[in-house]
Write a protein that binds this ligand. Structure first.
Ligand SMILES: [Zn+2]
Length: 375
């Protein structure tokens, strides 16, 4: 699996507590070698700006933890003993991750630290409203029991608004949830670190970490409704109400269809899976036109936030029946026609490449960001 390496920045350590310095040194070494760079301790010292002694100490500690492994010797024209190389040991730990955003059931994966899927599981959701938290916790527990190595943490990708720092699902009407402290429940029951995040945020972060996404990108998810997520400078934008990306109920057509929210012409009354499926069923001979029209509406809606944040990449995700290359092309053409100027370069618009695993993989990446700070 291809991974995007986090860019390394040298930190100012003045005034930091010893434990902070130790943590930062560990992070600096891990970032330098993640996911598959092999180098000598001397090279690591140069890359990280740490002294050779500190570098050797940190590497020794990481080898003891299993996160770093030794292997091979450096080819060097210089005489003397060749340097031993060290690299990241992705198989040293696993992450268990569950996506509960799909109506038909929970999808679970167990991965190594490079995002390679080692185990999969699925479970239908019974008593959908409200979804029982114990069902989610027990499913996570089952996944953890199938791990091949010690588990770094568990993660859940959920629909709705989420306080991702606290791991609280604030509102997920599709699950019948409000203020559910899911991360705390998982921590208490499993004794493991837990991360809970919005499914669109997860899908976005997965594109960034596992599909070479830009550090300034946006993801739009066409589903029963319409949601989006945004990454600026490599960080997922949460917003004041943890609701960044909730663009489905923004009015884009004053004379548009009545929406369930009480307004008229919300974006998701024009672009969502049920709406597009219905229109395609009504006009089967004009399928491509229906999809392209929806792409143009979406492109118009996204043009302003794309220019506002100088976004360079937009991912369109959703079921293949409606989110196809035709739609991506219409979104791309519309956005570029509207935002192109002497200041703003071409915006790349593409479909998601990670398929049904996207949200669960993104949740894995969040665990690695939170626990190892390498993504
Ligand atoms: Zn609405």
């Amino acid at each position: 699996m291809a991974l995007t390496r986090a860019s390394h920045t040298r930190d100012d350590y003045s005034g930091a507590a010893p434990s902070d310095i130790r943590q930062r040194n560990r992070t600096a070494v891990l970032r330098a070698i993640y996911p598959n760079v092999w180098c000598s301790r001397a090279e690591l010292s140069r890359i990280t700006g740490m002294s050779k002694v500190s570098t050797s100490d940190v590497v020794a500690e990481l080898i003891q933890d299993g996160l770093v492994t030794e292997g091979g010797y450096q080819n060097s024209p210089k005489p003397g003993k060749p340097a031993l190389l060290v690299g990241f040991n992705a198989r040293s730990m696993n992450v268990a991750s569950v996506d509960i955003s799909e109506a038909d059931g929970m999808r679970g994966i167990v991965t190594d630290l490079a995002g390679n899927v080692l185990e999969r599981d699925q479970e239908p959701i019974v008593e959908h409203m409200p979804l029982r938290t114990t069902q989610v916790v027990e499913f996570c527990e089952r996944l953890v029991s199938r791990a091949h190595a010690p588990v770094l943490g568990v993660a859940v990708a959920t629909p709705g608004t989420v306080d991702e720092r606290e791991g609280v699902v604030l509102a997920a009407p599709n699950l019948g949830w409000a203020d559910v402290e899911l991360a705390a429940l998982l921590r208490n029951r499993l004794g493991l670190e837990a991360t809970v995040a919005n499914d669109a945020d997860c899908a976005l972060f997965a594109e960034r970490c596992f599909a070479q996404g830009s550090e300034n990108m946006m993801l739009v998810q066409v589903a029963k409704g319409l949601g989006a997520a945004m990454l600026i400078g490599g960080n997922v934008v949460q917003g004041t109400d943890h609701a960044a990306g909730e663009i489905g109920h923004v009015v884009v057509d004053d004379d548009g269809p009545q929406c369930v929210c009480g307004k008229r012409g919300c974006l998701e009354t024009l672009v969502s899976t049920p709406v597009l499926e219905r229109r395609i069923a009504q006009e089967p001979d004009h399928r491509d036109d229906v999809v392209a029209d929806a792409g143009a509406i979406l492109g118009r809606a996204l043009a302003m936030p794309v220019a506002m944040s100088n976004i360079s990449e937009v991912i369109v995700a959703g079921p293949e029946e409606v989110v196809d290359d035709e739609m991506a092309r219409a979104v791309r053409d519309t956005i570029n026609d509207m935002v192109r100027s002497r200041f703003i370069g071409a915006v790349n618009v593409r479909r998601s490449q990670l398929g049904a695993d996207a949200a669960a993989l993104g949740a894995v990446a969040f665990v690695m960001r939170d626990q190892l700070r390498i993504l």
